[in-house]
Unconditional design. Structure first.
Length: 404
């Protein structure tokens, strides 16, 4: 009787993942850092609920699937190493980040300590607080290899205690993986609140909020988690809930109006939610979490990073292609400057050939791109369901385009 090898098992798993992903039949999808292709179970969860709404009505369908909705919270919590009470479902990661910021009563002179690689929307939110509330935005120093230096975070906390430390674990414009756990240790030791943007991390690699020691963590469904668009999540630690943290504008879902001039907060993280949200997408989020747990986040991390290193190697061989990624640890995002070419135009030309990538310009990462001397970049982000052959197709197609 033939023996099943590890390679046979891996091949079978890849075949199953690809069979669950109808979109790969018509194109090579290497834009998982933007919006990954949904696997069939996620699509089925969303569309089944929409069909129920069509038949019964939105409120009635939501009541009928209350148990499934609660199970979705439990599955998302398992994905993060948390409890369901710590999970709030919101529209997207940016809203989650903003809801966490809204839990702080910032006063003029308060410091938000962040990094040079934080996500553009987070940078703008902090700068808006600086403009409106007189908050001081500081950015910690970097390691020589790239990414924030935890020792710089520690030194700045000692010099001037911040109201909040905020960090983007994996930037949208780079393969950099910042030392989020080390920064969490620094913040926990100093008892400084810590907010992590894990938008590109959740679904790409293992995430454990206990190891991160964060007070808040924001993420979305549509990227490496392979969920639907229009849904995200916010993790809120027990210690934040216990000190009464809540957004500036809770609604009737997050609080109960008890007397004419008073209200009581919901006892859990749902105080950060609003009453109206798409139940179909919540069920899709839960299905995406279950699928990721079945694949395992270690598998997603290892396959994604191996394919990304192959992309860095193959594309760097092409004339006029300059890799931009830094960091001692690099994830499943590879970025490149294209000499004399606008990356957006190249992205569209690749898309016309059935290959999905992404592009960005200086405004998404002013500090980082200025330091790298880049005005536009091409972003390639494989996932575990992609193959080495697809990377080779990308390299061949890009070589042809740049040679024209």
């Amino acid at each position: 009787m033939p023996t099943t090898t590890a390679a046979d098992t891996a091949d079978a798993e890849l075949a199953r993942w690809r069979a669950d992903t109808p979109g790969i039949a018509s194109r090579v999808h290497l834009n998982n850092a933007g919006a990954a292709l949904m696997p069939r179970p996620v699509y089925d969860a969303v569309t089944a609920h929409l069909a129920l709404e069509l038949e019964r009505g939105g409120y009635e369908a939501a009541d009928a699937r209350a148990d499934a909705r609660d199970a979705a919270y439990a599955d998302v919590a398992r994905l993060l190493g948390a409890a369901p009470r710590n999970i709030a479902v919101v529209q997207n990661s940016t809203v989650a980040f903003a809801q966490a910021l809204a839990a702080f009563d910032f006063a003029p002179g308060d410091v938000i300590l962040t990094t040079r690689d934080d996500y553009v929307s987070n940078q703008i939110a902090c700068l808006s607080l600086a403009r409106r509330r007189g908050v001081v935005v500081e950015r910690a120093d970097e390691l020589a290899s790239g990414g924030v230096d935890p020792d710089s975070v520690r030194a700045r906390i000692r010099r001037r205690r911040p109201a909040l430390v905020a960090l983007t674990w994996i930037p949208t414009n780079s393969g950099l993986v910042q030392p989020a756990e080390a920064v969490g240790d620094v913040c926990a030791d100093a008892e400084v609140p810590y907010l992590v943007d894990a938008c590109q991390a959740v679904g790409q690699m293992p995430v454990d909020v206990m190891r991160l020691r964060c007070d808040y963590l924001a993420a979305t469904a549509r990227k490496f988690l392979r969920g639907p668009r229009g849904i995200g999540l916010l993790y809120v630690a027990d210690r934040a809930l216990e000190r009464g943290a809540h957004p500036l504008y809770p609604d009737l879902h997050g609080a109960t109006w008890t007397d004419a001039d008073s209200f009581e907060l919901a006892p859990d993280a749902r105080r950060f939610e609003s009453w109206e949200f798409p139940v179909a997408n919540v069920l899709g989020l839960g299905a995406a979490a279950r699928y990721a747990l079945e694949v395992t986040l270690a598998t997603a991390r290892d396959r994604g990073r191996a394919l990304t290193e192959l992309a860095r190697s193959r594309l760097s061989e092409l004339p006029g292609v300059r890799p931009l990624d830094r960091g001692a640890e690099r994830g499943a995002i590879a970025t490149f400057a294209l000499e004399g070419r606008d990356a957006d135009a190249v992205k569209l030309a690749l898309r016309a050939r059935g290959i999905n990538t992404s592009s960005a310009d200086r405004t998404v990462a002013v500090i980082d791109m200025d330091a790298k001397g880049a005005t536009t970049l091409l972003r390639v982000s494989p996932h575990y369901y992609n193959t080495a052959e697809e990377i080779e197709l990308l390299a061949a197609a890009l070589g042809e385009l740049l040679g024209e």
